[in-house]
Design a protein. Structure first.
Length: 643
């Protein structure tokens, strides 16, 4: 019997603290009976026990409460996802039914829990995202993005609790976070969460490097703060004189980003000039935001010399994740370069909280970039027979991709990933335009589909009605949308080619009055070195294999097989070797019962042994279904040898 109290004194204190802050964050969106119903449910038999401790001793109730707090305070989720998160575990442990949840609360919360249950394997502790469950994650993303936001909150909660986990679990979780959850947070605009996830991952994976950077930052904090104040003071006075309503502060860059600079530039800590950034946050009316930001820009660049190469204008064209800001780098006191970020309060909240802040400001500014991203995810899911490894690669590639901005001949702005080609641009406009693309015009000059685009290019696509997607296009494009559409088209063309080649081959056999023996035919395909029957037919469709040669080779092999079969039939009973006995441990999926009620599956009874209903048989898959032989078929040993 477990004698450990449900809460230790420290856990109780942490729980109550999280509960109070959570209530403050979501009280305005709760319905009148929510808290009462929640308390009543917690008193039900077995509900509290469902929040048991995991193998590391982490209290499930505390973990859920702290995850809910992150989801509410840092991401901005409200009533339905928060209550669903808190109620998920007793439903998962089958202590409470979804019907009971719907009765106590409402159908929306019940539906949200159902969606969380679909991702239970991903939502569990320290589950690595692999090819088997990645499809479920994408489906959840496309179905209800709040599920993914809850998963991100849970990952952050678990990373914060990392000290109580084993070193192996910490490293496994940190690797998973860097691989997926930090880039995903970045793509959704959750910059604060993304930075903390990256810093904690570095702490678990490279503890010595993390400690070195952290200690060095602490040692230089006093001089850094003094310099920031020296830079800010005259700026603050100028902005006040101009009548601006603002906050201004200095912010040290994340340990993870500093570590990347040390590695990429192979420099010492002392030589990194942009350890911090100055941020100016304006209180501005929606219709004056851009004008106010540019006003501040002009004031600061009048005071300090700007570096034109390091200017970033995300006011005119926001990033795909909704990020809006004006970045400039200026030469401050003592000839030190300083980065300054200028944005409004609304822009700052969106930069920190991402998607959820867009919901708050709905109607002020739409966010088409995120909608386009979710459309790309849905497109991946809709692609038939998509390779899970390719899906992971494409999804991951899209998360951290830098952006360029190019224009159609009509002046419409199109956002693409850095390194995008003319062919990427064509698919970004429309998939049919991509399929027929043969070349392009960039700034009036003819270029190939491989041409890499730059910021500000004006692009026109040249098409041909006879153009079709090709396999080498996959090495030309960089966007997941283009890759997905090309693979989809290639698969469709492959199916058509196989059907055409199959029909052509069967017609030629029929013209020569030759009946195909499937076992011999498949053996022939295998001997020719083809891994699949599909590859064989594609080779015929592309005229790399002559049908006349195929038929002649088949007839020669058939002649040898017939002679071999006659030799087998002439042997005495004493010489006959029984066929291999079927493995009794085969799973139910390996067995099919052939009877008069079987429908929906094509099969043929082999003429060499003429099995009848009731005979013990075996079968192999052929191009025209399943070929059935008796277990004691005289050709059985030879067939087993082939396959």
């Amino acid at each position: 019997m477990n004698t450990t109290p449900f809460f230790t004194p420290e856990e109780k204190k942490a729980f109550l603290s999280a509960y109070r802050v959570l209530l403050t964050n979501i009280s305005s969106c709760l319905e009148k009976e929510d808290i009462m119903q929640m308390k009543a449910l917690m008193k039900s038999n077995g509900v509290l026990a469902s929040y048991d401790r995991d193998v590391n001793g982490i209290n499930g109730f505390l973990r859920n409460m702290q995850t809910a707090l992150i989801a509410a305070a840092d991401i901005g989720l409200k009533r339905i996802p928060i209550l669903a998160l808190l109620l998920y575990r007793p439903v998962y442990k089958q202590i409470v039914t979804l019907e009971a949840i719907e009765k106590r609360f409402d159908a929306d919360i019940s539906l949200m829990i159902q969606r969380l249950l679909k991702t239970s394997d991903l939502y569990a502790r320290n589950v690595a995202v692999n090819t088997d469950n990645f499809h479920h994650l994408l489906f959840s993303f496309a179905e209800d993005i709040r599920v993914i936001l809850i998963m991100i909150a849970d990952r952050l909660c678990m990373m914060r609790l990392g000290k109580v986990q084993s070193e192996e679990d910490r490293k496994k979780m940190a690797t998973e976070v860097l691989y997926l959850y930090a880039p995903l947070s970045h793509r959704l605009g959750l910059n604060r969460i993304k930075s903390e996830l990256e810093d904690l991952s570095l702490k678990f994976l490279e503890p010595e490097q993390y400690k070195y950077i952290k200690d060095t930052l602490n040692e230089t904090k006093r001089s850094r703060d003094a310099y920031i104040e020296e830079f800010i003071e005259p700026v603050r006075n100028k902005l006040k004189t101009a009548g601006m309503d603002f906050d201004i502060k200095g912010r040290t860059k994340s340990i993870y980003s500093i570590n990347n600079k040390l590695k990429q530039n192979q420099m010492d800590f002392e030589n990194i000039y942009d350890l911090f950034a100055i941020r100016v946050i304006l209180e501005s009316a929606p219709d004056k935001e851009r004008a106010d930001c540019w006003h501040v820009f002009s004031i600061i660049t009048d005071m300090y010399q700007p570096n034109p190469k390091r200017m970033r204008d995300w006011l005119s064209v926001p990033k795909k994740n909704g990020y809006e800001s004006l970045h400039i780098t200026v030469l401050g006191p003592r000839k030190r370069w300083v980065e300054v970020q200028i944005r409004t309060r609304r822009m700052d909240e969106i930069a920190e909280k991402g998607l959820a802040a867009h919901w708050k400001y709905k109607g002020v500014k739409e966010e088409p970039g995120l909608d386009e991203f979710i459309k790309d995810v849905r497109s991946m899911l809709e692609t038939q027979n998509a390779n899970p490894s390719d899906m992971i690669k494409e999804f991951k590639m899209n998360l951290y991709q830098d952006e360029i901005y190019v224009f159609t001949p009509n002046g419409e702005l199109i956002k693409l990933g850095k390194g995008a080609t003319v062919l990427d641009f064509a698919f970004a406009i429309h998939s049919q335009l991509g399929y027929r693309c043969v070349s392009g015009k960039v700034n009036g000059k003819n270029v190939s589909i491989r041409h890499v685009l730059n910021n500000g290019d004006s692009v026109e696509i040249i098409t041909s009605s006879v153009q079709k997607p090709k396999q080498d296009w996959l090495s030309i494009v960089t966007s997941s949308k283009a890759r997905t559409k090309i693979r989809q088209a290639l698969r469709e063309e492959s199916v058509k080619a196989v059907e055409y080649a199959k029909e052509l081959l069967q017609r030629r056999f029929k013209n020569r009055k030759i009946e195909i023996d499937e076992s011999v035919f498949l053996y022939y395909i295998k001997k020719k070195g083809f891994k699949t029957v599909t590859d064989f037919y594609i080779c015929i469709a592309e005229e790399r294999l002559d049908i006349a040669v195929v038929i002649d080779d088949y007839l020669e092999l058939k002649r040898k097989e017939t002679e071999s079969a006659e030799h087998l039939e002439s042997r005495s009973v004493e010489q006959f070797v029984a066929p291999t006995v079927f493995d009794e441990s085969a799973s139910h999926q390996d067995v099919m019962v052939i009877d008069h009620n079987l429908t929906g599956i094509e099969y043929k009874l082999a003429k060499c042994c003429n099995p009848i209903f009731g005979d013990p048989v075996f079968g192999f898959v052929s191009t025209q279904g399943i070929k059935i032989h008796r277990n004691n078929c005289p050709n059985a040993p030879e067939i087993y040898h082939r396959f």
